[in-house]
Design a protein around this ligand. Structure first.
Ligand SMILES: *Cc1c(COP(=O)(O)O)cnc(C)c1O
Length: 408
């Protein structure tokens, strides 16, 4: 057990929002009162049974939870080793885990009397989830998106507009996710009174990393119970893909103190984790720095300039990683590996062919790592991989890489 958390890996962050050397709140003085108000209101909501009752009602009737824990029989037989289960969060409304967290933040925003929700989005998945929940509650929704991403992700831009959101293309910097995050923070300071900033992963200044983790932990809580119901015991290994790290933290958190459970996070290795930096593996290929209000492992050059990173999967294309992962990495409770584009593409196709499930490219990275380790493990070794998103959004990318002409 780590020295600063004598009995548990689950007690972080401390009251400064730090997980060991990571996290915290590196924000301007003007933002500080907003962050402190949010922290206070979240601390209150967290212990309010009424808040969680509202969450569970919407998780059940709007999102479709609990998501199944599915025994992937043909995948298991094909790999010939460990018994593979998939946590089916791709079956959620809007097709991924993002809505678990967005619902939590928007219910909190409503309780705080906020009527305007802002968000930043890269690939557009978090923007779509936010626009969805805003439509449901009749809230104004403004989504900041890098101008470059607006072009690359036209279908999600259109979805957000159909759902009533205003999408603002960000042209500052290089017009990508990092610049959209800065503009969202600026908007927040300017519109203090009525605005709530809804962050899409376990990043940002405290209390966001802990709050988003708490909302996503429904994944791990369900999986832990479902595995006990199915197999009468805990899994041996749990695996999830990492962009900012929210679906992974959601699966991992309820298992952190079950030290018999091996925990593996899978980063996007792009074209390979080497000096050319054509990857998004912040832990395996980056070093600590400050971005988006917290200290964590980041992709950066020798002068500390944040690098864009690259992955076939737009959702893994985040230059940092949530601070709790950085801490879990440094204390050795979780392992972090990387998977290349080519390996993920292979896993994507195998999942379609063997299980009748078209996975998103993000969880295809987690599945690719399962494919590496499962054959060498005994048949009674239980693996859970988080199927955090469905692949409908990715078929055009995959078609292009497989040389398939989609023009009709
Ligand atoms: C956004 C997204 C991710 C990456 O975000 P995390 O915070 O790391 O979970 C992964 N998978 C899917 C399907 C996504 O939409």
């Amino acid at each position: 057990m780590p020295e600063d958390h004598l009995n548990s890996y689950m007690t972080g962050p401390d009251d400064q929002g730090r997980f060991g050397l990571f996290g915290g709140r590196f924000v301007s003085e003007t933002l500080m009162p907003l962050i402190l108000e949010l922290e206070e209101r979240y601390e209150f909501a967290k212990t309010d049974p009424g808040f969680w009752a509202e969450m569970h009602d919407l998780w059940t009737h709007y999102v479709g939870r609990p998501s199944p824990l599915y025994h992937a029989e043909r995948m298991t037989a094909h790999l010939g080793g460990a018994k593979i289960y998939m946590k089916r969060d791709e079956l959620n409304h809007t097709g991924a885990h993002k809505i678990n967290n967005v619902l939590g933040q928007i219910i909190l925003a409503r309780r705080m009397g906020k009527t305007r929700i802002i968000a930043e989005t890269g690939a557009g998945q978090h923007g779509v989830a936010t626009a969805t929940v805003c439509a449901k509650f009749g809230l104004t929704c403004v989504v900041y998106m890098g101008a470059h991403d607006v072009e690359r992700q036209a279908p999600n831009v259109f979805r957000m507009r159909l759902l009533g959101a205003t999408v603002i293309p960000v042209t500052s910097g290089r017009g990508t996710l990092k610049d959209a995050m800065n503009d969202a923070l600026r908007d927040w300071v300017t519109n203090v009174r009525d605005t709530f900033y809804c962050i899409g992963t376990v990043a940002g200044p405290h209390p966001y990393p802990a709050m988003v983790r708490d909302f996503q932990s429904i994944i791990g809580k369900e999986a832990r119970q479902q595995m006990q119901d199915r197999e009468g015991r805990l899994p041996d290994t749990i695996i999830a893909a990492i962009g900012g790290g929210s679906n992974a933290m959601g699966l991992f958190y309820p298992f952190l103190d079950d030290t018999s459970v091996r925990i593996i996070g899978v980063e996007a290795g792009g074209k390979g984790v080497d000096a050319r930096m054509e990857h998004c593996a912040s832990l395996t290929g980056g070093r600590p720095g400050v971005l988006h209000g917290n200290r964590t492992y980041l992709l950066q050059d020798e002068d500390g300039q944040i690098l864009e990173g690259y992955s076939i999967s737009a959702g893994l294309d985040y230059p940092g990683i949530g601070p709790e992962h950085s801490w879990l990495h440094d204390v050795g409770r979780a392992e972090y590996v990387s998977i290349t584009d080519a390996e993920a593409l292979e896993a994507f196709q195998l999942c379609c062919a063997l299980e009748g499930i078209i996975p998103a490219l993000e969880p295809s990275h987690a599945l690719a790592h399962v494919m590496k380790i499962a054959p060498g493990l005994p048949k009674d070794h239980l693996i859970i991989m988080n199927m955090c998103g469905r692949g409908d959004k990715d078929i055009f990318t995959v078609a292009k890489h497989l040389g398939f002409d989609m023009k009709i």
